[in-house]
Structures are given as structure tokens and as C-alpha cells.
Design a protein around this ligand. Structure first.
Ligand code: FES
Length: 199
């Protein structure tokens, strides 16, 4: 009639285990882990560093590197240096026309449509030198960004005979066909040119 004591007690075991676990968790929550967030002292450090840097010693606020660690060292070193590099940059980024006076060379260029061969210096665009000679040659932007000044070198690929300074319009195949933008083209050899010829 009565169930054995062991059989009735067994279902209680999991329940007791759950209750015990919850009690432990509750206890630890109430007690806490003992961890406390550290105080944020970054503001304090910034203010302290700011107060240690006299405003008057820095003519440009941008030169201050409060809290910037090594940045403070990099800026003064590069500050003056950047200006120097920019000034020197004109030589560093020298274009095909930046040729020292004693290294200028001249090439005989035949202007086919004008029926004349003239000597062109290698430090001036072909367009400029043609105009200096008195010819009314086509142009628009004079910056290699249109094709108004285009011409064609009849001897072969244009860049075998001249150097472009940042032309942005002609594709490789067109250059291979001899086309050039005379406003940004500097002679590097003698050749025959047909002006007013665009691809
Ligand atoms: S004038 Fe525009 S590319 Fe020469």
C-alpha cells in the first residue's frame, strides 16, 4: 500500500538541487563580486596636461598635442619640415618642363600643315613654342584636360618623340597611333607633327 521511501524521495532531489543553485546565485548577487569600476581619470589627466602647457609658447593651437603621446614630438619635427618639403617639393615633383637652363636641348620639329620645320626646346610645351613662332594653333584648357590642342606625330607612337605632362585624355592606343596633346607635350626627339588632328 505504501510506496517505498526511496522511490518517493527521488523526485525531490532535482528540485532541491535547483533551489540550492538559486540560493547560491541569489547570495552571490546580494553579496556582489567585489569588483568596482575604476574611476575615470582621463578628464583629470587631460586637464592636468593642459594646465602644464603654457598657451603662449604655441603660436598655433594646432601644434599642441595634449594627451597625444608621441604626437607632440612628431608635429614640431614635421611642421617646419613639411614647409621645407613643400618648397623643395617643386623640385621633387618636377615636371618634364623643369629642365635646368644648362641642360636644355633643341629638336627639329616639322609642322607638316604649316610647311615649316622649327627648333623646339625640350623645356616648353609644343603648343607654346608653335604660338611663339606666330602660328594660331588650336587650344582650350591648356592643361591636358580636353583634346582641342591635339595633334599627331606621323613618325610613330607619340611618346617615343615627346613627353606629356599629366595628359588625361588620350588612351594608350591613341598615343601609340601618334596622337598628342600639344599643350602638355615636351619634345624629346625630332619628328613631324600634324597639328589640329584629334583621334
Ligand atoms: S588645350 Fe586642352 S588638352 Fe590641350
Amino acid at each position: 500500500m505504501y510506496a517505498p521511501l526511496g522511490i518517493g524521495a527521488e523526485p525531490l532531489a532535482p528540485g532541491l538541487a535547483v533551489i540550492a543553485t538559486l540560493a547560491v546565485v541569489l547570495f552571490s548577487l546580494l553579496k556582489g563580486t567585489g569588483w568596482e569600476p575604476t574611476t575615470d581619470i582621463s578628464e583629470e589627466i587631460h586637464e592636468r596636461r593642459a594646465s602644464s602647457v603654457p598657451e603662449t609658447e604655441f603660436p598655433e593651437p594646432g601644434n599642441r598635442a595634449i594627451g597625444g603621446g608621441g604626437g607632440g614630438g612628431a608635429i614640431p619635427a614635421g611642421g617646419d619640415g613639411d614647409e621645407g618639403e613643400l618648397e623643395d617639393g617643386s623640385t621633387a615633383s618636377a615636371g618634364p618642363g623643369d629642365i635646368p637652363e644648362d641642360e636644355i636641348e633643341y629638336y627639329e620639329v616639322e609642322f607638316a600643315k604649316q610647311g615649316e620645320t622649327i627648333e623646339l626646346a625640350n623645356n616648353e610645351p609644343i603648343l607654346d613654342q608653335g604660338e611663339d613662332h606666330g602660328w594660331d594653333l588650336p587650344y582650350a584648357c591648356r592643361q591636358g584636360q580636353c583634346v582641342s590642342c591635339a595633334g599627331r606625330v606621323t613618325d610613330g607612337p607619340s611618346e617615343d618623340y615627346l613627353e606629356h605632362d599629366n595628359q588625361q585624355m588620350l588612351e594608350e592606343a591613341e598615343l601609340e597611333d601618334g596622337y598628342t596633346l600639344t599643350c602638355v607635350a615636351y619634345p624629346r626627339d625630332s619628328f613631324t607633327l600634324e597639328t589640329g588632328e584629334a583621334p
